[in-house]
Design a protein around this ligand. Structure first.
Ligand SMILES: C[S@@+](CC[C@H](N)C(=O)[O-])C[C@H]1O[C@@H](n2cnc3c(N)ncnc32)[C@H](O)[C@@H]1O
Length: 294
């Protein structure tokens, strides 16, 4: 059996089992390819090169066990491989954190935020850092910044620590426990120039219909209350007080744009385009946030 035959067979099994995607892939073929390449210890972007490679019986059995675990447990593939990739950068993950998939990662990698930043952008906060991936990607994108990664979950911060060390960024990324912005007081006494935040924002109605793959993730990372805005309300009320004059806040809200606009009708949000469309990530300036406070 060749690698591509193995993957196509796994694709059929994943589809027949009705598993859900959305944690790094969005279809059965890509998910099968990811699991197979990982199992064969091949680079995830090397399918074309290896697709006709014959696979030995031992590896076929190993892959069958992995695929069975994916189907039976309905856990996201990344929890089984303990690895997730974002913008080509690998991160350690386990069930203490959600599988990283923030669209803010795209904006950091493709330079979309650069027009809002300057050489005065020095202090960056990744609020709700989870496994630390946005903090790491921000430090990589902007070599002159220092970053704080904050989260309420001690367990998540342990995972973030692994990723900061994995990428050798301990000197530039500080991790801290904080409930919202409560313990975030700037860096070395200086306010934040850029705040990134991918918070829990899933509204209660949507939480009730999430597939098992999402329920395998920490509830704390997803649930945002009745309209998804429970975390965001105090954040937007407090953020301007923690930001420098030209600072911006970049906030991910998933599919909750309608709820966001109902909750904050007067806020001058700039909606940023990502591969998910132009309604999932927004940007607010400090001046814009000041309008909310006064
Ligand atoms: C959607 S996840 C985002 C994780 C990571 N930034 C990412 O993009 O993969 C939300 C994170 O917010 C954290 N969180 C939930 N409530 C919080 C709070 N009140 N204060 C700080 N962090 C909180 C969760 O522990 C979780 O790690």
């Amino acid at each position: 059996m060749t690698l591509i035959e193995l993957i196509e067979d796994a694709e059929r099994q994943l589809m027949a089992a009705g598993v859900s995607f959305g944690h790094g892939t969005n279809n059965a073929f890509d998910e099968a390819a990811w699991l197979a390449l990982w199992c064969m210890q091949l680079p995830l972007d090397s399918l074309q090169k290896h697709e006709n490679r014959p696979i030995a019986g031992e590896l076929i059995n190993k892959f069958a066990t992995l695929l069975r675990a994916r189907i039976d447990s309905r856990k996201p593939a990344a929890y089984l491989t303990q690895e997730a990739w974002l913008q080509g950068v690998p991160f350690y993950v386990d069930e203490r954190v959600i599988v990283p998939r923030s669209f803010i990662a795209e904006l950091l990698a493709d330079g979309s935020l650069d027009e809002w930043l300057s050489d005065q952008t020095v202090n960056v906060l990744d609020l709700c850092t989870g496994n630390g991936s946005l903090a790491v990607l921000a430090a990589m994108a902007y070599p002159d910044v220092r970053v704080q990664g904050a989260d309420l979950s001690k367990a998540a911060l342990e995972v973030a620590k692994i990723n900061v060390a994995k990428h050798g960024l301990q000197a530039r990324i500080e991790l801290m426990e904080s409930d919202g912005l409560q313990a975030c007081h700037g860096i070395a006494g200086q306010p934040y120039d850029l705040i990134l935040c991918n918070p829990p924002y899933v509204n209660t109605h949507s939480m009730a219909s999430l597939p098992p793959e999402y329920l395998a993730e920490p509830d704390l990372a997803l649930a945002g209350g009745a309209d998804g805005m429970d975390f965001i309300r105090p954040l937007l009320a407090q953020a301007a007080g923690k930001m420098s004059d030209n600072a911006v806040l970049v906030l991910e809200i998933g599919n909750e744009r309608d709820y966001f606009e109902q909750a904050f009708p007067s806020l001058p949000a700039v909606w940023l385009a990502t591969s998910a469309g132009q309604d999932q990530v927004l940007l607010l300036t400090k001046q814009g946030l000041d309008l909310l406070e006064h």
